[in-house]
Ligand binder design. Structure first.
Ligand code: FES
Length: 238
């Protein structure tokens, strides 16, 4: 694929990166981690999408980047997470020219930000992960969808998946929705988060079991997939 010269910026020397194995560079104030792994250069946002730990302090092994705070794992090339409590990490296309590493610091997102937030809210409800739901509610508010999208998503989830029908989660959500216009500032987000979280908690542990998404990386070798499968069986992730 042709590389747009103007989109890429020079960020590091390849020989130095090969020696160090990793480094942090900055583009417009954004810290980006560079890794040299198995002869290739990879670039990811240096802030772990879970709680912001620097990913250059993590481990890279067998194509997997592991954060050393809560051990979230990411497929290094496309940034997809193995662990739903963390989000996917942002990756950046890289290129090597005459011994210098270049990257595109502003790649086109795969999906619009609001769609990504909606998808993550659904993930949070399905897996009952409070932090994911909180970040999604805040993100949707920033995208101008602060009331209707979380409310609609949680109502649909609770009425569809709670085995015993209407329960305390949906009642709490209704109360929070009624409160929403009477509270100000960040309390609006808190109210909506409380309602969504109660719906998830009230349906947790009930069927169905939700499937995880497939990874975006379609170039993974069979031997690598076998190795990952063996590893996830051994740590009981499968
Ligand atoms: S901050 Fe990286 S896993 Fe929690």
């Amino acid at each position: 694929m042709a590389v747009e010269e103007t989109e890429y910026v020079q960020v590091a020397s390849l020989p130095e990166l090969e020696d160090e194995g990793r480094t942090v560079v900055s583009s417009d104030g954004q810290p980006i981690a560079l890794f040299h792994h198995e002869g290739e250069v990879y670039a990811v946002d240096n802030r772990c999408p879970h709680m912001g730990f620097p990913l250059t302090r993590g481990t890279v092994e067998d194509g997997i980047l592991t954060c050393h705070w809560h051990h979230a794992r990411f497929e290094l090339e496309e940034g997809d997470t193995f662990d739903l409590f963390a989000d996917d990490v942002q990756t950046f296309p890289t290129d090597v020219r005459e011994g210098e590493v270049y990257l595109d610091p502003d790649p086109e997102p795969d999906v619009p930000p609001a769609t990504r937030r909606r998808n993550r809210l659904a993930d949070g409800l399905q897996e009952n992960i409070s932090l994911v739901m909180a970040k999604s509610v805040i993100g949707l508010d920033e995208e101008g969808e602060g009331f209707y999208t979380p409310l609609e998503t949680a109502v649909n989830f609770g009425t569809r998946y709670r085995a015993m029908g209407w329960g305390r989660g949906l009642t709490t959500l209704g109360c929070m929705a009624n409160l929403h216009e009477h509270v100000g500032g960040r309390d609006k987000r808190r109210a909506m988060f409380m309602g969504v979280r109660e719906v998830a908690d009230d349906s947790a542990g009930e069927p169905p079991r939700f499937q995880q998404y497939a990874f975006d990386n379609r170039d993974l070798s069979k031997s690598r997939l076998k190795s990952w499968f063996r590893n996830t069986c051994e740590v009981r992730d499968a």
